[in-house]
Design a protein around this ligand. Structure first.
Ligand code: BGC
Length: 757
């Protein structure tokens, strides 16, 4: 097995799933891995092209709409389709449904950033051809999607016609009985213009409510002996490229497709024309080589090498590659729950970014991580507006799910009530500063977000009669337990913010006084507020059952009946698809890690003994119906010495999409889980943490693994970490020497290998 490649030889099975797995993207543009020519209509398929942050807004229709319910939903749109290419040889149309497929292979190459499909096909009349399709969405020229086709006639001389299509007649999928898929307006994109100019064709389409426009332009390169004619229709344009094929001769056709939109471009049509003309001066190989350079640089810092476990090696590379493909790289975009690989969860951005995906980028590519925070800054005004709608006189409330900034979650108990999104964002801002020491980001954007979040959290809490600071009526990460008082996770993350904001404020004041004064004036911040936050942090109530030495997930959790797991048949999982939410809320049953996640993020808030007790308790009642769960259990199983369990949970995490373990990857990859697989390795098996500004390790290499190697970017340094049986070897690759903590011993690390037993 080549662990840099995902391969497939079976085009007949699981077509829709493979459209997801073989999707390509660059964080701006994403195209599902459909076949250019299409396939039998009976076979389920979602043929999609997505632009990160490009959405339509629809009014949410409620049976009963109460005050503060979100007005609109935002859904990612399937945009203009440029995948379409039909091939005719001697008037017989190439299709895997007809004739005979003599061989078929496709692959996604994580080093090259190219998806390839090779088919040896015999037509019904016996003409044999070899076709190789190559696809690339450029990381360097973000608007560009390229398809190169190489056709070789194997046993005949004859005619060939390539029909290349640009099609604005597209729709989104509508699935009403699964909340994880979403239900957008199927036909939200309207074609407003089709035009042709010098062998280039353009389709322009817009949305009604979000008032956005997208333009796509295509053009082609082919051997001189071929001739091209163009047919413009109402919503699509077809290019007919005709010529003759000689036996044994390879002919190469390249399709260039460029996408621009009104979110990022001043004049989406003329910008498109310019970009298309400029990319046309280069061939496929030029962009392929830039792609490889870009990826070489990415892998230089991100690569994880696992010796002794090929399947896991492949899975982790697949996951990291998809994370890079999915990550928005400008201020208008983030990383959605499904990346750009499908329409699941309507393309929304959740807390998944901050808690599950952010660490991977932070420790390998901090600039990309910063972009996620910049995006949160872009939507800060919407979060302030939302806070007001929700009756808070001060602060900002970030949306549970969104694209452009509006709260889009119609089901408030497992949506708006998840106020922890606010402190998740705060956690990652604080973590960003700890790891990068990027004080100018903090002064420009970070501290403003922290201040507004802290205000909001202070506003929703109150000091109880015993002086404890409590937060009522919120939902923690576990969506099977909703609207509770004092969710441990929410409280402990809020405490973290309250404890740290004052120190951060003063640090910024010392170097960026003017900026801080400007922000204070802008948001009318009074430093007395910092004193309040500090007090609330000190007095934060963290529920704890002294007798049982356990942390209840919230005030009422332990009063509830434990779910009858023994008599719940397998087919009833995931429970959310089979039980009314109230039935779930009445029981002790968790969809995902909640208190255990709080322990992972803020281990210092309690003792290891209690963490272990909690682990043992919550493990029994957690269904892992969310793909965000097993990675946290894997990390914490390692932390509490259960190494085999840690490995089992890791297997379920790292191969969740490749092996379709949740049976829904056809709707898109699970980006949080992918980030979780990186975390399970680095925070789990290597036991890495940042504690009081210092990097520390507590290695637990799985028995099966001969060695593990990865790199960490920390405070402007790059470290190489190599684990074998019971040693860890740390070496400084870039930056100045530093001290790290290994199994509670502080050790100096420099360019020479530091081996620690
Ligand atoms: C999980 C949430 C998550 C969402 C998107 C849900 O199933 O419970 O925690 O944010 O999926 O991934």
């Amino acid at each position: 097995m080549n662990s840099w490649i995902l391969k497939d030889n079976n085009y007949k099975e699981s077509y829709q799933l493979k459209e997801t797995l073989f999707s390509i993207a660059n964080g701006y543009l994403g195209v599902r891995g459909s076949f250019e020519e299409g396939l039998n209509k009976e076979i389920p398929s979602v043929r999609g092209t997505y632009i990160n942050g490009f959405y339509e807004k629809e009014e949410i229709i409620y049976g009963e709409k109460l005050h503060g319910f979100p007005d609109n939903s935002e859904s990612i749109l399937n945009v203009i389709d440029t995948q379409g290419i039909k091939i005719k040889i001697n008037d017989e149309e190439f299709s895997l449904d007809k004739g005979k497929v003599l061989s078929f292979e496709r692959e996604l190459n994580f080093k090259k950033g190219i998806a390839t499909r090779t088919v040896h096909w015999r037509s019904p009349k016996g003409n044999e051809i070899n076709i190789e399709f190559k696809r690339l969405i450029s990381f360097v020229q973000k608007e560009l999607f390229l398809i190169q086709i190489e056709v070789e006639a194997l046993n005949f001389d004859g005619d060939i016609e390539i029909i290349s299509i640009i099609d604005g007649d597209v729709s989104n999928i509508v699935v009403e009985d699964d909340p994880r898929v979403g239900s957008a307006n199927a036909k939200a994109l309207k074609v407003i213009n089709v035009k042709q100019e010098n062998n280039c064709s353009f389709v322009e389409a817009n949305t009604k409510n979000s008032n956005l426009t997208v333009v796509s332009g295509i053009s082609h390169k082919y051997p001189k002996k071929f001739q091209e004619t163009i047919l413009i229709e109402q919503k699509n344009i077809n290019h007919f490229i005709k010529g003759n094929l000689l036996k044994g001769e390879k002919n190469i056709f390249t399709k260039y497709a460029v996408y621009t939109d009104t979110i990022r471009y001043k004049n989406e049509m003329s910008n498109n024309i310019e970009i298309l003309n400029s990319v046309l001066t280069y061939d496929f190989n030029h962009f392929a080589s830039l792609q490889e350079d870009y990826l070489n640089n990415f892998w230089k810092y991100s690569n994880i090498e696992i010796n002794g476990d090929e399947k896991m090696q492949q899975a982790i590379r697949f996951n990291m590659f998809h994370l890079l493909q999915s990550a928005g790289k400008d201020q208008w975009s983030n990383i959605s729950a499904k990346g750009l690989s499908g329409e699941g969860y309507e393309g929304h951005y959740f807390w998944d970014t901050e808690i599950y995906i952010f660490p991977f980028f932070l420790f390998t590519n901090p600039n990309l991580a910063k972009n996620f925070l910049t995006y949160r800054y872009t939507i800060l005004d919407s979060a302030r507006k939302r806070a007001k709608q929700m009756g808070h006189t001060i602060g900002a409330l970030y949306p549970w799910r969104t694209i452009a900034g509006e709260e889009c979650s119609p089901f408030f108990p497992a949506g708006t009530a998840q106020y922890h999104i606010n402190v998740d964002i705060a956690y990652s801002i604080i973590q960003y500063f700890e790891v990068t020491e990027d004080i100018s980001f903090m002064a420009e954007k970070g501290i403003e977000m922290l201040a507004e979040i802290a205000r909001l959290m202070y506003h929703i809490g109150h000091f109880r009669s015993d002086g404890k600071f409590c937060i009522d009526a919120v939902t923690g990460p576990d969506e099977y337990t909703c609207i509770v008082n004092n969710n441990y996770y929410t409280n402990v993350l809020t405490k973290n913010l309250f404890d740290k904001i004052g120190v951060l404020w003063n640090k910024i004041k010392a170097t960026h006084k003017d900026k801080l004064e400007r922000i204070s004036a802008k948001i009318k911040f009074n430093e007395v507020e910092l004193i309040n936050f500090e007090k609330a942090g000190k007095e934060m109530y963290l529920p704890f059952d002294k007798e049982r030495k356990l942390h209840p997930q919230d005030d009422s959790f332990f009063n509830k009946k434990v779910w009858d797991f023994e008599n719940t048949p397998k087919e009833k999982y995931p429970l959310l698809l089979n039980y009314h939410p109230l039935t779930l809320y009445r029981h002790q049953v968790c969809k995902q890690a909640d208190t255990i996640l709080g322990h992972f993020l803020l281990e210092g808030e309690t003792e290891l003994e209690f963490i272990e007790n909690d682990y043992n308790y919550y493990e029994k009642i957690t269904t892992h119906d969310s793909s965000l769960s097993t990675c946290i259990f894997s990390i914490m199983a390692n932390r509490t010495g259960k190494h085999e369990k840690a490995y089992d949970y890791f297997m379920n995490t790292s191969r969740l999409d490749i092996d379709n373990l949740h049976h829904n990857t056809e709707n898109g990859i699970h980006t949080a889980c992918m980030g979780g697989s990186w975390m399970s390795i680095v925070f789990g098996f290597a036991g890495m943490r940042v504690i009081n500004g210092e990097l520390s390790f507590r290695p637990n290499l799985p028995k099966k693994w001969e060695s593990l190697n990865f790199k960490i970017n920390f405070k402007n340094r790059v470290l190489n970490c190599y684990l074998e049986a019971d040693t860890i070897e740390i070496k400084l690759i870039e930056g100045q020497s530093l001290k790290v903590n290994v199994n509670d011993n502080l050790i100096a690390v420099d360019e020479t290998k530091t081996i620690i037993k």
